[in-house]
Design a protein around this ligand. Structure first.
Ligand code: 1GP
Length: 240
């Protein structure tokens, strides 16, 4: 089964986002053990801006030490690895910066083809999350206002007409406010595509809200860097 087919199987998914810069071998091993124990669906790897040279070793470590599919969540065209299972081939459709709509994708395309990994065309939609996110700053794009659910839904609809297969609603890593239920529900009602939601989700309540509003996959990243035990609480809820 392809990753995209698994996205479409109708079951709720829990994904853990790993920023390679923020883990050493010990903490990565610890997180991976928790991810396996809590039956995490996917491991996403990537970051808006990587300072250390740990992207490839991180993907390799995850692949060698578990069977959880590893999906690249690229911050730019450098983040491609043949060891991963697939890549969310993102286009930042909420923004109007051509570099992140198509430019980085052109630069990355030959490496992605050579890597021979599954490519998942993904509409990446940035929603305002209470503070300026790294994604917003690095991409020099303005997020969609948090209460403007109709703009988010229409953006997702246009992306679906352009042939994108997955929608990712992003409040930004470490967001103060996750994507709200109204936006999630509006997008889910408008497009019949797997819906990923992430950014600022730090507890069971927020995971539950996102799933109930219509998210098919919830992504948790930042909070686990400081407090990996949260994954046990969220995992308990997710698997119940
Ligand atoms: C960020 O959606 C992901 O790109 C996850 O966000 O790091 O805030 O969990 P957090």
């Amino acid at each position: 089964m392809s990753l995209l087919q698994s996205f479409n199987d109708g079951k709720k998914k829990l994904a853990v986002l790993i920023d390679p810069d923020n883990y050493d071998e010990f903490s990565l091993k610890n997180l991976l053990e928790k991810a396996v124990a809590n039956k995490v669906s996917y491991l996403l790897v990537g970051g808006s801006l990587l300072y250390k040279n740990q992207f490839h070793t991180t993907v390799e470590f995850l692949k060698e030490n578990s069977t959880i599919p590893v999906i690249i969540f690229p911050g730019n065209s450098f983040q491609v690895s043949e060891k991963a299972d697939g890549i969310l081939f993102l286009s930042l459709v909420s923004g109007r910066n051509p570099a992140y709509l198509i430019g980085e994708q052109v630069i990355a395309a030959p490496a992605v083809q050579q890597a021979n990994i599954e490519v998942i065309p993904t509409a990446y939609i940035l929603i305002e999350g209470g503070k300026i996110s790294a994604t917003s700053y690095i991409t020099q794009t303005i997020p969609i206002p948090a209460q403007k659910s109709e703009i988010a839904a229409t953006t997702a609809l246009a992306a679906s007409f352009l042939g994108m297969k997955v929608v990712y609603l992003e409040a930004g890593s470490g967001a103060e406010t996750p994507v709200n239920s109204k936006v999630i529900t509006a997008v889910k009602k408008t497009v019949n595509l797997p819906l990923i939601v992430g950014g600022g989700i730090t507890n069971v309540n927020a995971v539950s809200l996102a799933f109930n509003a219509g998210a098919d996959m919830v992504v948790i990243g930042n909070v686990l860097e400081a407090n990996p035990k949260i994954l046990d609480e969220i995992g308990l809820f997710f698997n119940s």
